[in-house]
Design a protein around this ligand. Sequence first.
Ligand code: PLP
Ligand code: SF4
Length: 335
Amino acid sequence: MSALDPIDETEAAALLRVAERFAVAVTPAMRALIDPTDPADPIARQFAPDVAELIEDPEELSDPIGDASHSPLPGIVHRYPDRVLLKPIKACPVYCRFCFRRETVGPGNKGLSAEQLEAAIAYIATRPEIFEVILTGGDPLALSARRLSDILARLFAIPHLGIIRIHTRVPVVQPERITAAMAKALRGDKPVYVVLHANHAREFTPQARAALARLADAGLPLLGQSVLLRGVNDSETALADLFRAMLTARVKPYHLNHLDKARGTGHFRVPLQEGQALVAKLRGRVSGLAQPTYILDIPGGHGKVPVGPVYAQPTEDGGWQVTDPWNCRHDYREG
Ligand SMILES: *Cc1c(COP(=O)(O)O)cnc(C)c1O
Ligand code: SF4
């Protein structure tokens, strides 16, 4: 008999097909966090390929939030008048199994060439309505400190830019990259906000906390964004623990994203109604600082909107009915 029984062989072949379709990578820090005895480990679930990824729903999209339709030139997504995404790199140190850009990020995808970066920066420099540049990708902190500070210096030199934002998962998945030199490279003439992507309290290891402390001590405001994920953080306790872990690492929870409809991600989906109920349970139970806005990015590139519970409803007599955190209703009158 071979070492693999027939079922395992089928599964191994299926996993190979997953890996051919969507990039796979996990860092030593995340590998070390996985409990191999737990078949439902929330860290493994985020990074280990799963045969369920081969199941695609016709509703799912290769570009779920419509990046391409708002991209005037390579590396730029301009959907809102006052802010643009700048994507200098298309690789990440890990590949999240639910990634909304999973069909455009991966080790085989090249980042911007020097000429393309030049053109992208010229696009920003010639549009005074742009207040904010959001570096994303891929993971911008996978770039070297030298390349990052070069890009940032060119952005700092654009007078009409008010702030720069960096979307990253590096401080938790590869904390050793956040050296003092990296933290220093992010400091400059304009405020740089770092938005950390993290989905489970266990991601906040002592090493991740130290990396975040280096960024906070360098004077960078830290915000958190998370994705609501089946089997990772789809309970009141998991969410409360996650947002408290962020706060104790000096990260203010900013967005809780409803899962985008990327291909092969159905096994992570939590219905919107269930998401609203979870978010409602946190209100009144944990600190107001631990309440991110629950966000849906409307498929097709129509923008992000809050989709959390509604607490104030107009009544027929011109007043309001307001629901408190314990689900009791109260009349509210103005004037
Ligand atoms: C998500 C996103 C932003 C940022 O939205 P905020 O609500 O400001 O966090 C900006 N541009 C594009 C194209 C986006 O997808
Ligand atoms: S870090 Fe972000 S861009 Fe990279 S794989 Fe995860 S979700 Fe996608």
